[in-house]
Design a protein around this ligand. Structure first.
Ligand SMILES: Cc1ncc(COP(=O)(O)O)c(C=O)c1O
Length: 338
């Protein structure tokens, strides 16, 4: 691909050639259509604009070592979009339709899949919105399922180096029995103030606690939290945590590497006892956590030397990345080669 400095790409929007759209009308989905238009035309009373009938996904296509194009666990993203859409009372695409559309949009934009070895990848953004007009609070009768792509570099510009995290007890991204478990746009709106305050204080990521008691760890920014202690991979179990596909994959890899996997309530008081901590998600795979500042106690918990990724974070990261890029065998059948 001409004129793109893949290595220095950030995590932003870069125009590609096509997006793919399916319309839900009269109780059924239309055939996927390629579009070159970056804009969508919406009725001003569309439910996505007023009542939050909006859910999305995020996954990546990687250029493998052999030059192949590899999708990571696309069926899991399909299932999660279905779960999000159903909770928001939207019409949802089937796993098959989701997969077909994702494959179609990646193929159509093949020249934007970054070359192997650049550290860049093609980010895929499926979007499901209520487009039908409603003035009362009720589900729309029409929906748009659209998928666009954009090439991205590593999420954290510093690369695989530990990040600083701050605990936020002043904001919740999701209510205890609310929408934290789905990928609804509203959750991200609810996290903006907290995230911006964190950034202003010099912390790229905020640690959210359970909204009811502020006793347990929920999530770390737009990523799941995990920690390592005494040969165990420990990660929060909570209704308000988004079920991360990266975390699910890391739990499997950790177990196969001989770590005990604990998915349970994780107390804030355990923070000083961890050997390593990390945030995980599609964007960065793992962001090792160097330190966590607790404004309540004034204490900072430091992991390792706070500057270098710990051995388990490194091992898990390299293994998962290796599977994604085709450097390591994929015994789990996670990768779909286009
Ligand atoms: C709130 C939140 N938690 C966790 C994740 C990580 O999920 P995944 O590993 O499926 O990307 C994401 C990002 O996708 C997210 O937005």
């Amino acid at each position: 691909m001409e004129n793109i400095d893949w290595g220095s790409l950030g995590f932003g929007y870069l125009k590609t050639d096509y997006n793919v759209r399916c319309y839900y009308r009269d109780g059924k989905w239309s055939e996927p259509e390629l579009s070159t238009d970056e804009n969508i035309s919406l009725h001003m009373a569309a439910t996505c604009l007023h009542y939050g009938q909006e859910a999305f996904e995020g996954l990546k296509a990687y250029r493998g070592k052999a030059g192949d194009i590899r999708l990571f666990r696309v069926d899991e993203n399909a299932k999660r979009l279905i779960s999000s859409g159903e909770y928001l009372q939207m019409a949802v695409p089937s796993v098959e339709l989701f997969t077909e559309v994702v494959k179609k949009v990646v193929k159509a934009n093949e020249r934007f899949v970054p070359p192997y070895g650049t550290g860049a990848s093609l980010y895929i953004r499926p979007l499901l919105i209520g487009t039908g007009a409603q003035v009362g609070v009720k589900p729309a009768k029409e929906y748009l399922f659209l998928v666009f792509v954009t090439p991205v570099g590593p999420y954290y510009k510093e690369g695989f180096r530990p990040i600083k995290v701050i605990i936020d007890r002043d904001h919740d991204r999701a209510a205890p029995l609310g929408t934290g478990h789905i990928k609804a746009g509203g959750n991200y709106g609810a996290s903006m103030t907290s995230g911006e305050i964190g950034h202003e204080k010099g912390y790229p990521s905020v640690l959210y606690l359970d909204a009811r008691e502020k006793k347990y760890i929920d999530e770390c920014g737009a990523a799941n939290f995990f920690a390592i202690r005494d040969g165990a991979y420990i990660t929060p179990q909570s209704h308000s945590v988004l079920p991360s596909i990266t975390n699910k994959s890391l739990r499997q890899i950790a177990a196969d590497m001989g770590l005990k996997v604990e998915q349970r309530h994780v107390e804030v008081t355990e923070l000083p006892t961890f050997e390593e901590a990390g945030a995980c998600g599609t964007a960065a795979v793992i962001s090792p956590i160097g330190s966590i500042y607790d404004p309540d106690s004034g204490q900072t918990y430091i992991y390792g030397d706070g500057q270098t990724a710990g051995p388990w974070c490194t091992k898990l990261y390299e293994h998962l990345r290796g599977i994604q890029y085709g450097e390591i065998a994929d015994p789990y059948g996670w990768v779909t080669v286009l």
